[in-house]
Ligand binder design. Sequence first.
Ligand SMILES: [Zn+2]
Length: 415
Amino acid sequence: MNNLKLIGPFKQLIPMTGLPIKGALTDEQLVILEDTGIVIDGEHIKHIGKFHDLKQQFKDIQIQELQGDHTCLPGFVDAHTHICFGGTRANDYAMRNAGKSYLEIAKAGGGIWDTVVQTRKASKAELVKGTIKRANRHLKNGVTTLEVKSGYGLSVDEELKMLYAIKEADEAIPSDLIPTCLAAHMLPKDYEGSAESYLEEISTKLFPLLKEENLANRIDAFIEESAFSASQIKPYFEKAQKMGFDITVHADQFSTSGSKVAVDFEAISADHLEASAVKEIELLAKSDVIATALPGASLGLGCAFTPARRLLDAGGTLAIASDHNPGSAPMGDLLTQAAILGAFEKLSNAEVIAGITYRAAAALNLTDRGTLEAGQLADFNLFHTGNYQEILYNQGNLKPCVVFKRGVKIFDKHH
Ligand SMILES: [Zn+2]
């Protein structure tokens, strides 16, 4: 016996290969492989082909033969979350839906600052536990790679606590957690100084530690009237870029200006974009910045969706992420949210699936996942259907019945 494993047959396997990173996609462009199997070698895919041929070709191989019809998709990538946090914001949600304004909620002690206070109160162990619990729920729903931001610490020590917690959670679970430093989430209310001096302090004291301790390769900032202005963020990003960090931006959520900063800095991604209009859409579409829609935030706040259709038609690229966070996006169900965005924005199956697979991987600068082919990580989801269209048609209610992460079967609902 060697270490190879063969799993199949799949009625359909959608490898998401041969598709462009930018622009609109039609379902006719999708490659659909039938009666397929995957040969796994350790953490990677060794071969994809007809199941019965593979069975002949690879002798002495461990075979996991499935009964019934299955469709295989790449493991999902959620490129924007805030799942490391303390407390809850159920009261914010109730107040907002009862018609209270942002200001009234903030005065009642709600908003991002509330989560900062709760997260600072939590021990690192408690943060690790909460992050693991949420990441494992995402994994059950087929999300095998998950970005996780800091940003509820808002001081050098408290941001470090969060990023160590994310690192510990990553080491404890099968999914890959990709950490991002979001110390520029808002100006902390207890900081005695200007926004400029806060950002200066973070970049001087925290950035070198992120490198030394290998805690994050990505720097994010919230560019918004309630957070930081474009001109405040520029020196911060310049410093980050000089040190070799990847840049990503919370852009154009309520007001525009973040997307221009993202394009100017050649950021990996610009996320939110609910307020982006013609000018911003054109700018993004001409660039290589990945536009990341966060339908979970639109659903949580009862706001308009990111103009996904117009971004794609303009030639841009679109990832879709959950923004899972305790305030504006408490649901944290990527497949459901992506399916709903597709219905509202008139996105093809190919565009929605691309947005949570290879285009989402690109939003994290990862090329070893998001497609299914030899050499890629063996991250994939099986659905109990013979027709891939059923997956988005069920709007997230059809969950994966089997999830593989790095060649390991995480669970199997058949057993
Ligand atoms: Zn966010």
